[in-house]
Write a protein that binds this ligand. Structure first.
Ligand code: 0RA
Length: 640
């Protein structure tokens, strides 16, 4: 300190206290800056944030068990068996270290332990953020043979850290109740938490996770000792793997830890999931491109070396070697840089070369030792190469055909007059009759209508060449303007910033919606990530109260309405299909931007979506029996 007058420790204490207050105040003022949003997503993020701290302790080698419990009052407890957050007085702040961790932004990993920084994303903001956004939070530290306890309200300590008992084992327990003054709705979704916990269990094979919900009595335990190998096997549920065990390797090079598991199967999709410090990198980045480069090069090199590729065979492209590939790539990077639209793309350029060289070396060893598996892979890639060639021809044919047809837009499309994608939307409507009503009811300035004939092609069971020559899909792709398939697809070219799926509220409607979602997930994932895909919410009931016309969008709302009005004079109609609404009704209930609700499709756990779409739409009939039930639930989840 270069001040002339030395400050007293009381003054320092006050100064620090003011910074702390300012920090927590900032979090409460603009919570979205710290946790993304204050909807369901942000709410669940609080739990992940607390778990992340326990996982840090596990990565440091001191924690083997993490228990997560959702209580009846909507509070959540996260308990671990790590060393316990230190309780001794912080050297400059004159407060117990645990209090500093819980009240200072970004203090969590800063002192005396190596921790992977997770700057840029929403992760790693620290437990103090959770504290600030909780009505109350209680921490118990098991350390030095004692139990220490302290309580906070909206981030501020309301008790001193006190010794309240003794305990041999060490650990940390944090229980918190999210603040209803901050969050729109404080209700945790078991499946949402379950999926993230399962994912973390796959990524951290040394930790046992125990997850309980006291509302339902549900309990799940995960301890995947096989780590990524088990992760890939889980993703392969209901697919036929090409070889018995996934290829697996792990390496550390120049401060980067790399772990990869790979399998091929009988699907045509490419399912690669990448992580940096346990955070899903949806948009990929340098670790992914390093891996892809190594895979393409290695397969070509060894296939040539072993004379599996003949001189008249084409070289295998990246897309060819990734058809039917399922892989998980988990990296640990000290100071990751996150880029991209959703800040989920790894930017560190050094990581590309590191992952590429490790993968090249490991795959080389594997192919040397398993030439018969290499042959299986190459044969599969050659099939993909031929299909890609056929798809290219089919696309060229389509292009020439549409050039002859004039504008190039499909005849079935009732386009809007505005040309600016940002202000345009397209309704994909089930059936010609509903399509007709939508065309009459719409605001033609900015709403385009594309009626779809029955069930579109199941892309999960079809190769790209067949997909691009399917009429219904071609119409859809042309209307959207994006192109399809690998390099050909460009999400920036989309002609409408809202693509709204509008189907009947029955079994067939649900099926068509899933077929469309499968298509977007497999071939236009970026449109989902950019938040361009929506699901229309037509009403389920029309309630005539004398001359008054009311609509209910679910059973709960119907009851609410019926409770408000006199039941004697009412007439209730249950809509079985969109076709039962006249154009005016369709506009008023489902299409008018002033009144409608549309659900934005988002994918939080891409790995689970991948698996579910495959199970739902894949070959095996048995799992599809659960189709409607599961699907209905899944689409609800899409709204989080
Ligand atoms: C700072 C330092 C040490 C451990 C922790 C924080 C820690 C934080 C959390 C949060 C949840 N569980 C946790 N477990 C540990 C190291 C303490 C030492 O050196 O003994």
């Amino acid at each position: 300190m270069d001040d002339k007058k030395k400050r007293t420790s009381a003054e320092i204490y006050d100064a620090k206290k003011i910074t702390v207050l300012k920090g927590l105040e900032a979090v409460r003022k603009t919570p979205a800056m710290y946790i993304g949003d204050i909807s369901s997503r942000g709410l669940h993020h609080l739990v992940y944030e607390v778990i992340d701290n326990s996982i840090d302790e596990a990565m440091a080698g001191f924690c083997t068990k993490i228990q997560i419990t959702v209580h009846k009052n909507n509070s959540v407890t996260v308990q671990d068996n790590g060393r316990g957050i230190p309780v001794d007085l912080h050297p400059t702040q004159k407060r117990p270290a645990v209090e500093v961790v819980l009240t200072t932004l970004h203090a969590g990993g800063k002192f005396d332990r190596k921790s992977y920084k997770v700057s840029g994303g929403l992760h790693g903001v620290g437990v103090s953020v959770v504290n600030a956004l909780s009505e109350w939070l209680e921490v118990s530290v098991f350390r030095n043979g004692s139990i220490y306890h302290q309580k906070y309200e909206r981030g501020f300590p309301v008790s001193k850290l006190k010794k309240i008992g003794s305990k041999k084992e060490t650990g940390t327990q944090i229980q918190f109740l999210p603040d209803t003054k901050v969050f729109k709705r404080v209700k945790f979704n078991y499946d949402t938490l379950l999926q993230r916990i399962r994912e973390l269990a796959f990524l951290n094979s040394s930790v046992k996770f125990i997850f309980k919900d006291e509302n339902t009595g549900q309990k799940d335990e995960f301890h995947y000792k096989g780590g990524l190998v088990e992760f890939v096997q889980y993703l392969e549920t209901d697919r036929k793997p090409l070889f018995k065990n996934p290829v697996y390797f792990k390496a550390a090079k120049e401060d980067v830890d790399i772990e990869i598991a790979i399998q091929y199967d009988d699907t045509y999709a490419e399912s690669i999931f990448t992580y940096v410090n346990n955070i899903p990198t949806i948009e990929g980045g340098t670790h992914l491109s390093g891996f892809k480069a190594a895979l393409t090069k290695s397969i070509n090199t060894y296939a040539n070396k072993n004379n599996i590729l003949k001189s008249n065979d084409p070289p295998l492209s990246g897309e060819d070697v990734r058809e039917g590939l399922t892989a998980v790539i988990s990296t640990k990077v000290l100071e990751p840089q996150f880029e991209g639209q959703t800040k989920t793309k790894l930017g560190n350029s050094e990581v590309r070369g590191i992952v590429e060289s490790v993968t090249t070396e490991e795959l080389g060893n594997f192919f040397e030792q398993n030439p018969s598996l290499l042959k299986k892979i190459v044969d599969k890639c050659l099939l993909a190469a031929r299909a890609r060639e056929a798809a290219k021809k089919a696309r060229e044919l389509t292009r020439r055909k549409s050039a002859l047809e004039g504008s190039g837009l499909p005849g079935k499309l009732a386009d809007c007059s505005i040309r600016d994608p940002q202000h345009s939307e397209i309704y994909l409507v089930e059936g010609d009759s509903a399509g007709g009503s939508a065309k009459q009811g719409r605001d033609r300035r900015f709403q385009a209508i594309l009626p779809l004939k029955g069930k579109i092609l199941n892309v999960e069971k079809t190769r790209l060449d067949k997909i691009v020559s399917n009429d219904e899909i071609r119409t859809l792709v042309t209307a959207l303007g994006t192109g399809i398939g690998g390099e050909e697809f460009d999400p920036e070219k989309v002609r409408y910033h809202k693509v709204i799926i509008m189907t009947d509220a029955d079994v067939d409607g649900a099926h068509i919606r899933t077929l469309l979602l499968t298509f977007f997930f497999r071939y236009m994932l970026e449109l989902i990530q950019l938040g361009r895909i929506y699901i229309a919410q037509p009403p389920l009931y029309r309630i005539m109260n004398g001359k008054e016309e009311l609509y209910a969008y679910d059973d709960e709302e119907r009851e609410e309405i019926l409770n408000k009005i006199k039941r004697s004079s009412v007439n209730i109609q249950r809509y079985k299909g969109l076709g039962e609404m006249n154009p005016n009704q369709l506009w008023a209930t489902t299409m008018d931007p002033e009144k409608r609700t549309i659900l934005q499709v988002t994918i939080d756990e891409a790995f689970e979506a991948d698996r579910i779409f495959n199970i739902l739409m894949g070959d095996k009939v048995e799992p599809r029996r659960e189709f409607i039930e599961k699907n209905a639930k899944y689409v609800q989840n899409l709204d989080v």
